[in-house]
Write a protein that binds this ligand. Structure first.
Ligand code: NAP
Length: 345
């Protein structure tokens, strides 16, 4: 069975996903596209030689009988409406983060999905499919380092544009750490605090960079996450879990090492798309495979999208207050209690 996709949003990541579904992965086909920018949708069909219809908007696309699933890859504020409409239409949804831009919006999606009665939605938190994070999770689960006590994480980008704001460090950048780190240790967050070290001379006038975010889990694990989006030297994701019996760390990016001009070294990636390319492939392959196998997606849930949004909102509050802010989650519904694992990782 081929899963027939409609794509809502043909910008940068929408096109990446169109390419991987059309050329690389098994079991999917793009049959419909839309974008507020209709010329972009037309261009995507032409550029990727798709046998697909261009629809004027998401509702028209969702009404098409031959669309089984949608990729919601438009800009964040448009996600909630498209996801709710897709659930209403009974279509499977793969939505890029954020699930919705408010916790209330995420809850509306959670409630709509529960009312529908089975899972339809997977959120694009692809790090759960990265082999490095999967190995860390296995090590923790197998008690290799005993009880985790602390995590040190870093999210470094070479540079950002003038339109990148201080709060985007949370909503757009830290959001991936927020999702993957509580999944790693299977513990919920309790508090968050943000500190600002000395400002980088490379950060533009209105941007506070770097930032240090401290998260505490209910079980007492303390996580310090450095966000440093003008680090210049590369795109670098670090994660070290310190346990009672030892430490496990994310593997470095695989590259040749070199000896040249009196130096010994290795390469550092510059582009986030390259660092997680396998994880993007695996998350979409898992979305398709699990729907075919079980009738439901298996990856990060709407509830995970809700946790990320509540945590990000508390972190934004902490950016302004400088205080330790409480993260208050509603009780997890039984509907979402089945553990989600990256089966294909
Ligand atoms: P982008 O290049 O700006 O693409 C967004 C596209 O959606 C644009 O073509 C935009 O049109 C269109 N759009 C805006 N409002 C729309 C609406 N109401 N209905 C349909 N289309 C609409 O952005 P992007 O980098 O692809 O990001 C898209 C989403 O993916 C964002 O939510 C982002 O956070 C997420 N993302 C996730 C990752 C990840 O690592 N998982 C990486 C990158 C992006 P215009 O150009 O006319 O505005």
């Amino acid at each position: 069975m081929t899963l027939r996709f409609g794509v809502i949003g043909t910008g940068a990541i929408g096109r990446e996903h169109i390419k991987r579904i059309s050329n690389k992965l098994a079991g999917g086909k793009i049959v419909a596209v839309t974008d507020v920018n209709q010329a972009s949708a037309q261009d995507a069909v032409k550029s990727f030689e798709l046998d697909a219809v261009v629809y004027p908007n998401d509702l028209a696309l969702l009404a098409a009988d031959n669309v089984d699933a949608v990729l919601v890859t438009s800009w964040g504020p448009a996600h909630e409406a498209s996801v709710l409409a897709a659930i209403e239409a009974g279509k499977f949804v793969f939505v890029e983060k954020p699930l919705a831009t408010t916790a209330e919006g995420c809850m509306r999606i959670v409630e709509a999905e529960m009312k529908h009665g089975k899972r339809l939605v997977q959120v694009g938190f692809m790090r759960r499919y990265d082999s490095g994070y999967v190995q860390l999770k296995e090590a923790i689960k197998n008690n290799f380092i005993g009880e985790p006590l602390m995590i040190r994480a870093a999210h470094r980008n070479p540079e950002v544009g003038e339109n990148y704001t201080t709060d985007m460090a949370i909503h757009d950048t830290l959001i991936h750490e927020i999702d993957v780190l509580h999944w790693l240790v299977n513990d919920d967050y309790q508090t968050v605090q943000v500190a600002y070290p000395k400002k980088s001379k490379h950060a533009h006038e209105n941007l506070k960079d770097p930032q240090i975010v401290t998260l505490e889990t209910k079980g007492g694990i303390v996580i310090t996450a450095e966000i440093n989006v003008n680090c210049k030297y590369g795109y670098d994701i670090q994660c070290e879990v310190i346990g009672e019996e030892g430490i496990v760390s994310l593997p470095e990016f695989q590259s040749i090492s070199f000896r040249k001009n009196a130096m010994f070294g290795t390469h550092v990636l510059m582009d986030w798309k390259d660092r997680f390319i396998d994880a993007y492939d695996k998350e979409l392959q898992d979305f398709m495979d699990s729907i075919k196998k079980t009738g439901e997606p298996n990856g990060p849930t709407s509830w995970d999208g809700y946790i990320a949004q509540v945590t990000a909102d508390a972190a934004i509050k902490a950016q302004d207050s400088g205080e330790k802010e409480t993260i208050t989650l509603q009780e997890k519904p039984v509907f979402y209690s089945k553990p989600t694992e990256a089966v294909n990782a």
